[in-house]
Design a protein around this ligand. Structure first.
Ligand code: HEC
Length: 102
C-alpha cells in the first residue's frame, strides 16, 4: 500500500506537472496551514472537506481569511494550496478530512 503510493507519486511527478503542483499544494497545506490550524494551535484544525471546492476558491479570492497570509505564502503557493483544497473538497471525488491531525 505504502509502496503503491510512492510509485504513484514517482509516476505522477514524472508525467504530470499538474499533479506535481497538487502534491506541492498538499505539502504546503500541511506545513503552512498547520502552523496555526492544529489542536491547541491559535486556530481550529481545518480540512479540505470542510468546504465545497467553489467555496474555497471564493474564500481566498475574496480575501476572507481573517489573518493576512501574505507573509506565509506567496501567490503561487496559495494557488497550489487552493488547487489541493479543491481536489479534496467536500464535493470532490476524494474528500479529505483530518489532513491536519494534531
Ligand atoms: C498565521 C496563522 C494562520 C495561518 C498560517 C493560517 N490560518 Fe487560517 N485562520 C487563522 C485564524 C487566527 C483564524 C480565525 C480563528 C479560527 O477560525 O479558528 C483562521 C481561520 C481560518 C478559516 C475559517 C475557519 C472557519 O471555521 O470558518 C479557514 C477556512 C482557514 N483559516 C483556512 C486556512 C488555510 C487553508 C490556511 C493555509 C493556506 C490557513 N488558514 C493558514 C490563522 C491562520
Amino acid at each position: 500500500m505504502k509502496y503503491r503510493f510512492i510509485w504513484g507519486m514517482v509516476i505522477g511527478f514524472a508525467l504530470f506537472p499538474a499533479i506535481f503542483a497538487l502534491a506541492d499544494g498538499a505539502d504546503l497545506f500541511a506545513r503552512k496551514c498547520e502552523s496555526c490550524h492544529k489542536i491547541e494551535g491559535q486556530a481550529a484544525p481545518v480540512n479540505p472537506a470542510d468546504k465545497a471546492g467553489i467555496v474555497w476558491v471564493k474564500y481566498f479570492k475574496r480575501g476572507r481569511h481573517p489573518v493576512d497570509l501574505g507573509k506565509d505564502l506567496n501567490d503561487e503557493e496559495l494557488k497550489s494550496v487552493v488547487q489541493y483544497l479543491r481536489e479534496h473538497a467536500a464535493d470532490s471525488d476524494r474528500p479529505a478530512m483530518a489532513a491536519i491531525p494534531n
